[in-house]
Design a protein around this ligand. Structure first.
Ligand code: HEC
Length: 134
């Protein structure tokens, strides 16, 4: 009986260690960030294709402008990226989009960086204040 108990304890501890070891090494891309909805992200995708993709790439991997997703973008703070977007993008006509459109764009960028949509919509203020990285 005692051997069985020790055996079970060993299995449980072993499983815990394995789960610990195989969890994603870099959690910055997939964990917390400001919340947004799937609807915001999909609306953002349409705006992105029309106004941003020609310079930042259809898949956000960059082009004339820097990458907005993936390893190259993940040192960027959400608040800094949002600040640049809302005051300098698109370069030909900075600030031409509405607050609502910039918020949807940010929701799309968050989603493309591995963050999961939820039930709380992103707001302009939340994007401005988000200190997490992309
Ligand atoms: C005409 C090309 C062009 C278009 C269109 C454009 N961008 Fe940019 N974007 C750039 C360039 C070039 C930079 C780098 C500017 C700099 O470093 O001063 C940049 C920088 C950025 C950054 C900061 C990235 C970083 O790593 O610092 C963000 C965020 C961004 N753009 C978002 C957008 C969004 C969102 C749109 C669509 C509304 C957009 N851009 C449209 C060319 C463009």
């Amino acid at each position: 009986m005692r051997t069985l108990v020790y055996g079970l304890i060993t299995i449980v501890i072993g499983a815990a260690i394995i789960v610990f070891l195989i969890r994603p090494a870099s959690s910055s891309a997939t964990t917390t960030g400001p919340s947004f909805t799937a609807a915001q992200a999909s609306a953002g995708k349409t705006i992105y294709s029309a106004s941003c993709a020609q310079c930042h790439g259809a898949d956000l991997s960059g082009g004339a402008g820097p990458a907005l997703a993936g390893a190259a973008a993940q040192s960027l703070q959400v608040s800094s990226a949002f600040q640049i977007m809302t005051t300098q993008m698109p370069p030909t006509n900075p600030g031409k989009l509405t607050h609502d459109q910039y918020v949807k764009l940010m929701a799309y960028i968050l989603k493309q960086n591995g963050m999961k949509p939820g039930s709380t919509p992103l707001t302009f203020a939340a994007a401005q204040n988000a200190s997490t990285s992309l």
